[in-house]
Design a protein around this ligand. Structure first.
Ligand SMILES: Nc1ccn([C@@H]2O[C@H](COP(=O)(O)OP(=O)(O)OP(=O)(O)O)[C@@H](O)[C@H]2O)c(=O)n1
Ligand SMILES: C[C@](O)(CO)[C@H](O)COP(=O)(O)O
Length: 383
């Protein structure tokens, strides 16, 4: 009796792009989608799939530390290249001799399913290449300068998805022989004369390309919105001076506020609210009072740092609310200027910023005019 062992199949997950069309400051594959970064969704599925022997994650040379979770999933990290094809090639070279088949998947497609992986692997039993796709169902037009210039028959047209699967040696040879840039690996395979079977794709397996695709991905994958709130509180005592800086605005006053920096309680509370929403410590952790660098520093540095950190982690700041607690100076006449200043520093619309004030009815330290307190809330939404 002869035994026919299944061929060993590995996977290459390409995540070395810059995501320029999606914007957002951080490459789309590292931004949060639900509870995890975009790339971690398909990485987990590939790592857990029982028919895959190993997974290579291809990342940009600047992003080698961007996926700390990849090691826990057992992924091997390889530096990518300037184009998708170059990144795929780097992943394939790392797998040479390690498997008979390979699946190549975009990290920007977080909605991969185990059914697609199975369908591609099954199809490789009878073809050197196989890829998922969806038949085009909308009418197709050609357009010039905003006008329909003609129609295009849609029969036989498919929307290509990944993972695209191949016999490893054949696709590696095809990539090594390629002389022009290709949109995908099926194009590389066809240029080398390889036959590619089409297997059913899935609408959930869409590629995140533009900013709006994040919301669509969230809906298609059924992952709820990730909304975070954080609060901040700060107090500074009165000291010498003839003005106080509150929410980035210098307000004339009989006394100043004492502190290591410019003692802007409003911006300090707002910064801490953002750090709180990110579970990223507090202002003292990022800017230690023991560090002379921050002596007399303008507190806009702290808020701007917190806002940048939020964006780096894939969050939009959807609202900032600050309440200043003092008897004097009167905040009302300056509140609009403060809103504008906070909005400018945090890089958000002024409509998303609230600055208000209250007295403490002459009770407590604020009532005795010993200092000023500030309370703040930040609301952050992922994506
Ligand atoms: N040099 C590159 C370019 C792209 N990719 C990966 O290829 C997939 C599909 O590419 P695309 O959607 O075009 O991603 P980006 O190149 O990042 O997007 P953009 O063109 O908007 O910058 C993504 O997972 C992307 O990370 C890659 O690994 N290496
Ligand atoms: C590989 C691919 O995802 C197949 O649809 C696609 O071609 C790559 O992305 P791009 O937007 O064409 O760069």
């Amino acid at each position: 009796m002869t035994s026919t062992a299944s061929p060993v199949t590995a996977a290459v997950l390409v995540a070395a792009g810059r995501g320029l069309r999606a914007g957002g400051g951080v490459p789309k594959q590292w931004r949060l989608l639900g509870d995890r970064p975009v790339a971690a969704h398909s990485a987990q599925l590939l790592a857990d799939h029982p028919r895959l022997s190993r997974v290579v994650l291809v990342v940009h040379p600047d992003d080698l530390e961007a996926a700390p979770w990849a090691t826990d999933l057992g992924l091997e990290i390889v530096p990518g290249g300037d184009s998708r094809s170059a990144s795929v090639r780097a992943g394939l070279e790392a797998l040479e001799g390690q498997a008979q088949n390979v699946l190549i998947h975009d990290a920007a497609r977080p909605g991969l399913t185990a059914e697609i992986v199975d369908a591609v692997i099954d199809a490789l039993e009878t073809a050197p290449g196989a890829a998922p796709a969806l038949a085009v169902t909308d009418a197709l037009w050609r357009g010039t300068e905003g006008r329909v210039a003609g129609v295009q028959a849609r029969d036989g047209l498919w929307r290509a998805q990944t993972p695209q699967g191949f016999h490893l040696e054949a696709i590696l040879a095809a990539h090594r022989a390629a002389t022009t840039q290709a949109a995908d690996d099926v194009e590389v395979a066809l240029a080398s004369g390889l036959e590619v079977a089409i297997v059913p794709g899935d609408e959930r397996n869409r590629k995140i390309t533009e900013a709006a695709d994040f919301e669509l991905a969230r809906q298609l994958m059924g992952s709820g919105m990730d909304i975070r709130t954080g609060n901040g509180f700060d107090v500074h005592r009165f000291g010498d001076g003839d003005r106080v800086v509150l929410c980035g605005v210098a307000v004339p006053h009989a006394r100043g506020l004492a502190g290591h920096s410019d003692a802007d309680v409003g911006l300090h509370a707002l910064s801490d609210a953002i750090y709180g929403a990110l579970a990223a410590g507090d202002i003292g952790q990022h800017f230690p009072p023991s560090d002379p660098t921050w002596k007399g520093a303008e507190s806009r540095i702290f808020l701007s740092h917190a806002a940048d950190l939020a964006r780096e982690r894939g969050f939009a700041i959807t609202h900032l609310d600050c309440t200043l607690i003092c008897e004097q100076p009167k905040i009302g006449p300056h509140a609009e200027t403060m809103r504008g200043r906070v909005a400018e520093i945090a890089g958000i619309d002024m409509e998303r910023v609230s600055v208000k004030a209250t007295t403490s009815e002459r009770l407590g330290f604020t009532g005795r005019e010993e200092g000023i307190a500030a309370l703040a809330t930040a609301t952050l939404v992922a994506g």
